[in-house]
Design a protein around this ligand. Sequence first.
Ligand code: AMP
Ligand code: ZN
Length: 475
Amino acid sequence: MTIRLFNTMTRKIEEFKPLTPGKMGFYSCGPTVYHYAHIGNLRTMIHNDILKRMFVENGYAVHHVMNITDVGHLTSDDADSGDDKMERGAARDHKSVWEIAKFYTDEFLRDFDDLNNIRPTDMPRATDYIAEQIDLVKKLQDLGYTYEIPGDGIYYDTSKFAAYGALTGGSVAGNRAGARVEYNNEKHNPTDFALWKFSPTDQKRQMEWDSPWGIGFPGWHAECSAMSMKLLGNHFDIHTGGEDLSRIHHTNEIAQSEPITGAPWVSYWVHFSFLVDKSGEKMSKSNGEFLGLDVIRKRGYDTMVYRYLILLGHYQTQLAFSWDAMDAAANGYKNIVRRVAEILADTDPGALVESTFNEWHDRILNPVSDNMKTAESLVQVQELLRDKSINASTKIALFEFIDRLLGLQFIDRAKKLNDTESETAPAEIIAMADARAAAKSARDWARADELRAQIDAAGWTVIDTRDGTKIVKKV
Ligand code: AMP
Ligand code: ZN
């Protein structure tokens, strides 16, 4: 099947051509572990995961690298100034930098797993690749791309790299236009950035290393260039990240890498749009007020509902988060789970019909392969459920495939629903269920649906099986 993706570099949807047939290597910018991940960061992780699953279902062997940033990410990306986010987080939590790095990495992975994302093949930490980052800076120095600002650090001279800014279509001068930040006026060009920062002389940093230029720490962009080249080679297929990263971080990664590897370093650049709030404001860790996955759990939602909400949107469109949207997603998700539970409980499932399986497999995979249109794929899932001509065995085999592709765990949740013992429901719930059964036999579907909704609102679920209707507490 043809795979198509929007490439930020060319600003076009392009057909994917692998560097090595049957293989796909990709690098994703991972979390900076100075705080909990918010559900915006996790949106990006879900899109990364769909990208991976889509390639796997198309028969590719996927090598996925995602870094953990545990040093060097300063509070001002534009100015290469301010505090190291990690050191600031450690002061906030009254712990060491190393302690918070471990703590927030573990918390991040708990959320990552809970959303049923497949773990990356490699998850390198920036602090484990200091030698490689120093080596990268040395190579750039030998090639004449660097200069030193005494007492500050080693900087990359962006005027030496002709293609600087190509990713966002900007010129060197234009790239920062309008960015209302102060920058270090000792830099030769406003877009120049730090490759190696010196430790301050008046205070001791918790994380610092020796280098040919003096004690200090690597600039944030260096880690992604050094680790991706080390783990994926000098040319790899796809590089991903949130939409905020293209203008500075990825632009600088390209400038650092291509003089060493030769262009192009990456074949396709894929950026995921932000999760925003009702007023369109980006959810961000640095403003301190954000929603973590824990809030979603504590409000009683299955975390799969959040994944489902994300897949109802498209990665190139910002998504405004609201609890109303979550409630609508919860209804949609549970409705599918309930219907899968009914299919699983079918006592006469029939034999798998291969031609039907193949037709629907493609109907569901095609939209995802076409620039990751997960919402269109979910429309096909609804159609599949509606199609009464397909037997239960074929539908279940298709749902196994849907779970591999979209990771929504429909079968797992449906099994849990079916395993829930029929409980003794209060008399009024049983009465509503009986009234619903009567409405169904009278073919009054509207009334039956209305009663189902009422039962649902009262905290119970009815599941129709061939053996009759089961009433369980809502999952
Ligand atoms: P950070 O932990 O801030 O380094 O970000 C980790 C990943 O989440 C990066 O790929 C960011 O671009 C992405 N990201 C940050 N904020 C958002 C947001 N509000 N919505 C979606 N992705 C985001
Ligand atoms: Zn990165």
